[in-house]
Design a protein around this ligand. Structure first.
Ligand SMILES: [Zn+2]
Length: 430
């Protein structure tokens, strides 16, 4: 009962009461939420108390930042619920192995993000945070009222208590394990007849390609967990004959989602985002989540690059619009400058665009920076490699880089247990 009340409270609050006249009003409200939150929670975390000692919370925007590595290294002292990294990891790994996704310690849900091994993030959420999250996500993503019936098909690498909490009398929720075979999942999807499909774009593409074999009629398609590339968005929108929506949710919080017009907005009603610019309109977000209490996220620097949009949105939201999520900072390509004196950063979205504008016949591709001087390119239409190569050379020339060797890959191996990336850098020393 308490659960339903909390979920409904946040559902209605998010849907109807988070309206701001202008950005200044939003930022003023946000600032008061952040300072109130910091006054209460810094003291509860041993790690943050030391890190921000003698600092005035009114100046929170210039507090030193923290990143994933620092957060994981100081996990035990940073969280406010007394859970050690060791016990949290053991519990999360075990639940992934047994595919039983109800790991809890003293009512705290433990989750593991799907990063590369050694770089996986742990997160803790208490029941209150979980119910709150459910209310908010339903308010932001359901195509109509919470009282209408919905059948949600959720494709994930690992399920979580977080997601199954969405289940209610009107809303049924079915977890589809990405590790199961495609045939099994398609058959299950056909039987389940979802009204909403939430899935990484790589799986959405498989569903789209098999729409003639199954009979489903979803009213909303939501892309999660991987970057939704322009090429895939176009393909999916045509196949499903509707706007493809996005949820940008990470271990660090529920960062952004699309409004009813399909435009991405940062959830500034849930967290504060400062922009660390890396290029014109491109920034690395530094987030302060003023509602995560078990594992406070304060001045946390993400490893993602976002591109902002200055166009106002017809939905009327004052939350910052983003044109796109470009991918991880780790996947920026670094090439030597023409005179060899410096490194030039080439952002993933420039590389994607160079490929898809080279030929409109390409449906599948991948670009890998293998070494400083070697780039590997896969395109499904083999004969389109030459125009793609020319387009990349043009991009590198404009960026004033030394032109690397561009080698054609004849095949592409896809590991379904990992996130699929179109643009990938394999250089780890910069
Ligand atoms: Zn909008």
């Amino acid at each position: 009962m308490l659960k339903t009340i909390i979920i409904l409270y946040y559902y209605f609050k998010t849907k109807y009461f988070m309206r701001f006249a202008d950005r200044a009003a939003l930022l003023k409200w946000q600032n008061s939420r952040v300072t109130g939150f910091l006054r209460k929670y810094i003291a509860k975390s041993g790690y943050y108390s030391r890190k921000f000692r003698n600092m005035d919370v009114r100046n929170w925007q210039s507090f030193p930042t923290i990143d994933k590595k620092e957060m994981m290294e100081n996990f035990d002292e940073l969280n406010t619920v007394g859970i050690s990294q060791k016990e949290a990891f053991e519990l999360a790994l075990n639940s992934e192995k047994t595919r039983n996704f109800k790991p809890e310690i003293n009512n705290i849900t433990v989750g593991l993000s799907s990063g590369t091994s050694g770089n996986r993030g742990l997160f803790l959420v208490c029941r209150m945070e979980r119910y709150r999250w459910v209310g908010i996500i339903l308010a932001k993503t359901l195509p109509d009222s919470i009282f209408k019936k919905h059948r949600i098909a959720f494709f994930l690498r690992a399920n979580s208590n977080l997601y199954t909490g969405v289940k209610s009398r009107n809303i049924s929720f079915e977890f589809f394990d990405l590790l199961d075979s495609t045939d099994h999942n398609l058959k299950k999807l056909d039987e389940y007849k979802p009204s909403i499909i939430v899935s990484p774009p790589s799986m959405l593409k498989i569903i789209a390609a098999n729409l003639n074999r199954i009979s489903i009629n979803p009213v909303k398609i939501i892309s999660v967990a991987e970057v939704l590339e322009e090429l895939d968005r176009r393909y999916l929108e045509k196949a499903f004959n509707q706007t493809v929506h996005q949820i940008y949710q990470a271990t660090e919080g529920f960062l952004a989602c699309t409004c009813r017009y399909g435009n991405l907005h940062i959830n500034e009603d849930l967290l504060a985002v400062q922009r660390e610019y890396v290029d014109k309109d491109k920034f690395i977000p530094v987030i302060t989540d003023f509602s995560r209490t078990s594992q406070p996220v304060i001045r946390y620097r993400l490893n993602d690059i976002l591109t902002e949009s200055h166009e106002p949105c017809p939905c009327g939201s004052m939350c910052l619009r983003i044109a796109g999520i470009e991918g991880r900072c780790d996947d920026i390509f670094y090439l030597d400058s023409v005179d060899g004196s410096s490194s030039v950063a080439v952002f993933p979205d420039f590389l994607s665009r160079a490929v898809i504008y080279a030929s409109d016949r390409i449906e599948e591709y991948k670009v890998i920076q293998n070494t400083r001087r070697e780039i590997l390119v896969y395109v499904d239409k083999t004969e389109e490699f030459i125009p793609v190569k020319e387009s990349l050379i043009k991009l590198f020339t404009v960026k004033k880089c030394q032109i690397p060797e561009i080698i054609q890959l004849k095949s592409l191996e896809i590991d379904r247990t990992k996130k699929f990336k179109r643009i990938e850098s394999r250089i780890h020393d910069r």
